[in-house]
Design a protein around this ligand. Structure first.
Ligand code: 2HA
Ligand code: ZN
Length: 275
């Protein structure tokens, strides 16, 4: 029998959980990860699926463009720290029904575990990202990136007030997220409100900051999505360090320099955030 854990989708998923844990972004059961599998991923994993899938669970949200899809997901209340040592207990694969409204577990999440509490949020955002990227985006990642969270205490909670210092704090940032980042005000996690507010932003952005909570990022694959979160957090860390010196900022990357980066790297910067 195929070892499902040796398939590229599962290997990549588990590695990303471990990468996030090693960064310190997943204290206790913090954070969650979902991946929309390709047909090839599903066929490679299918021999390990349960002969009798478990019961359907309605999500309270319907996304027709995700009907029949399969997702790998972290489990509710599970720790990223434990994914690598016991994947079948801490993550699982769910199938979405033909209406795009319910999931059932076909592999993993053993001993009564269920998908992450943020699954409906991930699901709604997968729907948006699949649509706006013509099916390219497959990963949604939520982490408690320390310095991004710290900045939500001292910066005004607008997309512009976050995007500008992040672009200015590391030269690669305008290339990695030229559209900027969105900002969601503080909200109760796991609910429909935060799901909706985030999905509005994900029409435009690859990533959204959750105030006093963390980061929500999307991408086509594990490398790109983790890289995006890592880049945003690194830039936030630099800005936090700069603010922590207590010194006046004598120089930064000026808007014309941001435009020059965009021109040379062939990306379109969100002009709304430039002076
Ligand atoms: O899984 O991070 O946002 C716990 C969380 C909820
Ligand atoms: Zn969280």
């Amino acid at each position: 029998m195929t070892d499902i854990l040796k398939t590229p989708a599962l290997e990549g998923f588990i590695r990303m959980c471990d990468d996030g844990w090693l960064q310190g972004w997943h204290e206790r059961n913090g954070g969650n990860l979902t991946y929309r599998m390709t047909d090839a991923d599903v066929e490679a994993a299918r021999p390990a699926f349960a002969p009798e899938p478990r019961e359907w669970h309605e999500m309270g949200v319907t996304c027709e463009n995700l009907a029949g899809e399969y997702f790998i997901t972290t489990g509710s209340g599970k720790y990223f720290r434990n994914v690598q040592i016991a994947p079948e207990k801490n993550i699982g694969i769910v199938e979405i029904n033909e209406a795009g409204s319910a999931w059932r577990i076909v592999w993993g999440l053993e001993d009564g575990a269920v998908p992450t509490s943020e699954f409906p949020t991930h699901f709604m955002n997968h729907s948006v990202r699949k649509r706006v990227t013509d099916g390219a985006n497959r990963v949604i990642y939520h982490c408690h990136a320390t310095n991004v969270i710290a900045l939500t205490y001292v910066l005004p909670l607008t997309d512009r007030d976050f995007t500008r210092p992040l672009w200015q704090s590391a030269t690669e940032c305008p290339v990695v997220f030229p559209e900027g980042v969105g900002v969601v005000p503080w909200m109760v996690p796991g609910g429909v409100e935060i799901a909706k507010a985030t999905s509005v932003l994900m029409e435009t952005y690859q990533a959204a900051v959750w105030s006093q909570h963390g980061l929500f990022a999307s991408g086509p694959d594990f490398d790109t999505t983790f890289g995006l979160a890592h880049t945003i957090e690194k830039s936030a860390e630099i800005y936090v360090k700069v603010l922590s010196t207590g010194q006046p900022i004598l120089q930064t990357i000026e808007d014309d320099s941001l435009r020059a980066i965009a021109r040379d790297f062939g990306v379109q910067l969100n002009e709304a955030f430039l002076d």
